[in-house]
Design a protein around this ligand. Structure first.
Ligand code: REY
Length: 405
């Protein structure tokens, strides 16, 4: 913020007003349960959003809403450009950074078990890993470590960058090493700066503290207890098990054919983004988390202590909050792995969940359009028509201003 006398006065005024004002309506105070019943999901609106995503280059797209036991499914287009198979809302796909929520949940479970302190330096658990003893587990999980995101350099050119790593197998230490070969972006505990490096460190913490692979930790602690039969951590294999949607990476070169990116090790992401799942499972997962079925109430409070990102978005610990045009806030994560864009969010009470997917990536218009699925699912027909707003700038991904996973 610009530190002028006027701005200081404005801030002080706002603070004082907040004490004097009558209680805010429930819609403004997002932590207060809303008195009114939530608006019904707008299924026509969802279809319109998916049509737009297709016009903008997604071969297919779908949305599934689980609303307190009622399931709504909307789909458009195809899962496979070669066979023309119609996309199905049951299809499995790469969920990218929605994986970060799983990683954070495992670490918060370890906090609940008394095996991890969020304010411990990472180096206390992993001696010598990071060049700064002040970086804590909490800094890592809230993207306030200042560790450079090595994927920015890796995918500066989208297709050649992807092809260079598509079949590679990295160790976690190699990925951290790639980050540390760049200057750090901030001081420990300072500003929010999204970085995959943080969730590579999270994976290392999980493996060190549990003595198991992240695959085993996800399976025994989340996938099996919740019955997520469509969720898999496949690494370094390259295939998605069972019926899945193929993913198409948009080239940086206008007019070039999209690249079928379905098969890859995703070794560049691992605990930051390598899970495979489907819409049903992700809705069960986000709902269970917000309903308190995965971590203790104290740990859910820890996960939902927010760092402001921009006017509509905040980040907790591996969890994002988005506030929609109708004032409703939703909790979850986005994912952007080559060929797949995912939105997986749930309401504060976990009773309504949405997973939406488009089988394209490196296409900021589609990513922005798909944000409209949240509006239709949670604001209903009252959803404001979305102009090309705002997503969090992250210049290194995609062609323009797009949100990150
Ligand atoms: C990786 C690049 C972005 C995606 C990333 N993904 O950090 C994590 C996530 C795991 O889900 C790629 N973009 C694309 C580029 C940009 O290559 N030049 O859009 O397919 O957030």
């Amino acid at each position: 913020m610009v530190n002028t006398k006027a701005s200081r006065t404005a801030v002080l005024g706002a603070v004082m007003l907040s004490f004097l004002a009558v209680p805010a309506p429930a819609s403004a105070a997002e932590d207060t349960p809303r008195a009114a019943a939530p608006a019904a999901p707008d299924l026509v609106g969802l279809g319109t959003v998916l049509n737009t995503a297709r016009r903008q280059g997604a071969p297919g797209a779908f949305a599934r809403v689980d609303d307190n036991g009622t399931v709504h499914r909307v789909r458009r287009g195809i899962s496979d450009r070669r066979t023309g198979r119609t996309i199905a809302t049951t299809d499995r796909f790469r969920i990218g950074s929605v994986t970060k929520v799983f990683s954070a949940v495992v670490l918060l479970q370890l906090v609940d078990e008394g095996r991890l302190n969020l304010d411990s330096p990472v180096n206390r658990v992993l001696p010598g890993l990071l060049p700064d003893d002040r970086i804590t587990v909490r800094h890592v999980l809230s993207h306030r470590s200042g560790l450079y995101d090595y994927t920015n350099a890796m995918f500066a050119r989208s297709v050649s960058g992807f092809e260079a790593v598509r079949n590679k197998v990295f160790t976690y230490r190699q990925l951290v090493g790639r980050s540390l070969s760049h200057p750090r972006t901030g001081t420990p505990g300072g500003a929010y700066a999204y970085s995959n490096t943080n969730f590579v460190v999270a994976g290392m913490l999980i493996e060190k503290l549990t003595g198991q692979s992240v695959a085993t930790a996800y399976r025994t602690r989340i996938i099996e207890p919740l019955g997520l039969t469509n969720t898999f951590y496949v690494h370094p294999g390259t295939a998605l098990p069972g019926t899945h949607t193929r993913g198409y990476l948009t080239s940086d070169t206008a007019g070039a054919a999209p690249v079928d990116a379905t098969r890859q090790t995703v070794s560049w992401a691992q605990s930051a983004g390598a899970l495979i799942s489907n819409a049903r499972d992700l809705n069960v997962f986000t709902s269970a988390l917000l309903r308190g079925r995965l971590v203790s109430p104290a740990s859910l409070t820890r996960m939902t202590k927010w760092t402001k990102v921009n006017s509509t978005t905040a980040y907790g610990l591996g969890l994002r909050r988005r506030t929609l045009s109708c004032g409703v806030s939703v909790y979850g994560h986005t994912g952007a792995v080559q060929g797949y864009y995912t939105y997986a969010f749930t309401s504060k009470d976990g009773r309504r969940s949405l997973t939406a997917m488009a089988n394209t990536s490196n296409n900021s218009r589609v990513l922005d359009t798909m944000l409209g699925t949240l509006e239709s699912a949670f604001c209903g027909k009252s959803a404001a028509p979305r102009a090309a707003v705002p997503v969090e700038p992250r210049a290194a991904i995609g062609a323009g201003v797009i949100d990150e996973g």
